[in-house]
Ligand binder design. Structure first.
Ligand code: PGA
Length: 259
């Protein structure tokens, strides 16, 4: 289940025509063995799906509500996302937690709804700068991870992808040091092992996110516990995302075969 993966979170950017252009450029150039998922805004999902459906890039959504249908004005459900070709969904992103007040209980409902509807959730966890300075990183990660995965059985938990995204690193140009991120990833694997047994933590794909660019991805990708990246700003430009992809592939081939 554990795989090398690069995810591009376009956030609230790109019109439909800009999205089509970026997706077409990525489709042309991405040919390696690592998985790539792009997360355009809702308005561009259908158009981007039409561009990438025959290729190797997969489609994800940046958020969703946990109900399948009903009177929830302005929300988008897992059923509606699956209907337009979405297979993955980012849940618990720090912008959802901190700007829109989403808590672990709501995020857990969303994770369960995604799994029920065959969407793979990317569950984001990460501490703020103040929490880090107060030495609370592991407490925060544990609360968010255990809360987000509450009452999810082993088989379903294996489908969850975790993204460690320290809030202080998102959009700031300051990425976590590779060794620091690696040790938080190890902590997450140990927590999963403890809670689920059967070494489940070794099987779950864990991404790092926060100011990834073509200059730091290789160093991050060489870390054993980091399976790939969730990229924001640098995923909006075709050339820079492709460069990140190629460097991640190179770094991972070094890890795997000890070149
Ligand atoms: P960034 O965003 O790469 O722009 O820091 C990452 C994210 O929010 O997922």
């Amino acid at each position: 289940m554990r795989e090398v993966l690069l995810a591009g979170n376009w956030k609230m950017n790109k019109t439909i025509s800009e999205s089509i252009e970026l997706a077409a450029c990525l489709k042309q150039s991405i040919s390696g063995s690592s998985k790539v998922i792009i997360f355009p805004p809702f308005t561009a999902l259908t158009s981007v799906y039409d561009v990438i459906k025959e290729g190797k890039i997969e489609l994800g959504a940046q958020n969703m509500y946990f109900e399948e249908y009903g009177s929830f004005t302005g929300e988008v459900s897992p059923l509606l996302l699956a209907d337009v070709g979405v297979r993955y969904v980012i849940l618990g992103h720090s912008e959802r937690r901190h700007i829109f007040g989403e808590d672990d209980i709501l995020i857990n409902k969303k994770v369960k709804a995604a799994l029920k509807n065959d969407l793979r959730p990317i569950l984001c966890v990460g501490e703020t700068l103040v929490e880090r300075q107060e030495g609370l990183t592991e407490n925060v990660i544990e609360r968010q991870l255990i809360g987000g995965l509450d009452s999810i059985m082993n088989a379903a938990a294996l489908k969850v992808i975790v993204a460690y995204e320290p809030v202080w690193a998102i959009g700031t140009g300051i990425n976590a040091k590779p060794e620091e991120a690696n040790s938080v990833h190890k902590f997450i694997r140990n927590l999963l092992n403890k809670n689920y047994g059967e070494n489940l933590g070794e099987e779950v794909t864990i991404l790092y996110g926060g100011s990834i660019n073509s200059g730091n991805i290789e160093e991050l990708g060489r870390m054993e516990e980091i399976d790939g990246g969730l990229v924001g700003g640098a995923s909006l430009d075709c050339r820079s995302f492709i460069e990140i992809y190629k460097k991640l592939e190179r770094a991972k081939s070094t890890v795997a075969w000890g070149e």
